[in-house]
Write a protein that binds this ligand. Structure first.
Ligand SMILES: NC(=O)c1ccc[n+]([C@@H]2O[C@H](COP(=O)([O-])OP(=O)(O)OC[C@H]3O[C@@H](n4cnc5c(N)ncnc54)[C@H](O)[C@@H]3O)[C@@H](O)[C@H]2O)c1
Length: 338
């Protein structure tokens, strides 16, 4: 990469659900070296919002038009899940650096095509796994890395409850990728940070039993077996009438239980005596993502969120579904062979 002093950025997808396009634009500007020059959205109303919130920004109704008319270096793709791969590929092939929102895409094949396109053009590809810097996750990781619970051998993770999904694109499987692909992308990223071993196999169980007015599954489960024997059981549900902890982590010397309540409990032993302590969450530091991207592009700092790692998240979700369709067969992930 040549000597760069400013990164001209385009935000693709300026949605109103959580104002995520605005969030990306704000983070870019906060780096002091990334400048938002353009916003692209297929909805003219959202372009009006962008114009009033980001004075001076140029707006485009399609990525083709953006690529044809605008001079920029980096695109942040903040659109519904099924568009991530096609839009990212267009931008990468046009020689733009790309930040894509989570989930990276829907399939391993798409992820690999994105990784290869970035390599071919010598540009950056990364995924907005901002929750890598969530205060709760950083605190849990610190306790694990300090060795307080020993070697992890069993993890259970749970998200959801009992509720009819709303009538938005997140409930439409063809667009969202399914129930797993929203929060699952965050949970699986966390899991893969805690268990630094290759994935041996994935078993899936998917249920569609109750909410027939939407196409997402009602309940999804992936059981992941790692090469060192660790088992993780990750579930999301919209038909779980009783909840479970978000994290239930068993180690050889202790355990962690977290219910997303501002603190988590650590169970451990001191001279053979059982002890329990509550650990408060740390402050979240999402800006770290953009600080790292800016320093990567300008000063060659190592990229924190590598696309090959983000592809492993996609692989678990895709292979869990494939396994479910094959009656729960344990499936290896092709590139994770031991
Ligand atoms: N990392 C996080 O903390 C976090 C939080 C919320 C959402 N997200 C992710 O952000 C992404 C967007 O979600 P959202 O809640 O902002 O959705 P949204 O529906 O509010 O916004 C999506 C926007 O994309 C636009 N769009 C759709 N297709 C497009 C295309 N082909 N070209 C240009 N624009 C297009 C839509 O018009 C809409 O304005 C998803 O991947 C979601 O998972 C991440």
């Amino acid at each position: 990469m040549g000597r760069v002093t400013e990164v001209r950025c385009a935000v693709i997808g300026y949605g109103g659900a959580f104002n995520m396009g605005k969030h990306h634009a704000d983070m870019m500007e906060r780096t002091g070296v990334m400048k938002v020059v353009a916003v692209c959205d297929v909805d003219p109303k959202r372009l009006e919002a962008a114009k009033s919130e980001l004075p001076g920004v140029r707006t485009y109704l399609s990525v083709d038009e953006l690529l044809a008319k605008e001079d920029f270096d980096l695109a942040a793709i903040v659109t519904p899940h099924n568009t991530h791969a096609p839009l990212a590929l267009k931008c990468l092939k046009a020689g733009k650096h790309v930040i894509v929102e989570k989930p990276m895409c829907l399939t391993v094949k798409e992820a690999t095509a994105m990784i290869e396109a970035a390599k071919q053009k010598g540009v950056m590809l990364t995924v907005y796994h901002n929750r890598h810097w969530d205060g709760d996750f950083m605190a849990i990781r610190e306790v694990v890395e300090a060795g307080l619970i020993g070697e992890i051998f069993h993890v259970e993770m749970f998200g959801g409850g009992y509720h009819r999904p709303g009538p938005w694109w997140r409930s439409d499987k063809a667009i969202s990728g399914g129930l797993f692909y929203d929060w699952g992308a965050h949970y699986l990223w966390w899991l893969l940070q805690l268990i630094p071993h290759p994935i041996q196999s994935v078993v899936g169980a998917f249920h569609k039993l109750k909410w027939h007015d939407v196409t997402n599954e009602d309940h999804v489960q992936a059981i992941i077996r790692f090469a060192n024997g660790t088992i993780a059981d990750v579930q999301f549900s919209t038909i779980a009438a009783a909840g479970k902890p978000r994290w239930f982590i068993l180690g050889t010397e202790g355990a962690i239980v977290d219910r997303w309540e501002g603190k988590f409990s650590v169970h451990y032993f001191v001279n053979g005596i059982r002890a329990e302590t509550q650990v408060p969450y740390k402050e979240s530091r999402w800006f770290e993502f953009y600080r790292n991207v800016a320093n990567h592009l300008l000063h060659g700092e190592e990229l924190a969120i590598k696309p090959e790692q983000a592809r492993r998240v996609i692989a678990i979700m895709e292979y869990a579904e494939r396994s479910a369709k094959q009656g729960g067969k344990a499936l290896p992930i092709p590139y994770e062979q031991l």
